[in-house]
Design a protein. Structure first.
Length: 146
């Protein structure tokens, strides 16, 4: 159902992940030609096809699971897959940043808002999972009373 609290959390998670398309993870004051990530001055989701794939998959699964309110078990599974996809994207984000040649230079990039969005999205998915499980337990307890 659209009015359930888990819908809001799943919508928040999906929205934050799709907001990564416009918000960089980190930025440097000037473009760094030696760096693959900071050649334009911003480290964003579009710098790597794998990043783009993981984050968009996680966001699509989070938003898609909103409409599966009648099948709570499938909704829980999709939420878990969305969480894993976003977590893999976050790990890949950190790995690519650490392996970038800019770490050996003096130009240290400043953090952007984009690094916080996946973490908040994962927390929102976990909270949504909690409420979905509560609904499932309530339905099962009502079935036992019949």
């Amino acid at each position: 159902m659209i009015q359930r609290i888990q819908t809001l959390f799943l919508l928040l998670a999906g929205g934050l992940v799709f907001a990564l398309l416009g918000v960089p993870f980190a930025a440097t004051p000037a473009p760094v030609s030696a760096s693959a990530l900071f050649s334009d001055g911003n480290y964003a989701i579009s710098d790597s096809p794998a990043l783009l794939g993981f984050y968009l998959l996680g966001g699509a699964l989070a938003l898609g699971s909103i409409f599966l309110f009648k099948n709570r078990k499938l909704q829980i599974k999709l939420g878990i897959f969305a969480f894993i996809a976003i977590l893999l994207g976050l790990v890949l984000t950190v790995v690519l940043f650490i392996q970038d040649p800019i770490m050996e230079q003096d130009a240290m990039p400043g953090d952007g808002w984009g690094i916080i969005f996946p973490v908040v999205a994962m927390v929102a998915i976990l909270i949504a999972q909690r409420y979905i499980r509560k609904d499932e337990n309530l339905v099962q307890s009502m079935d036992r009373l019949r």
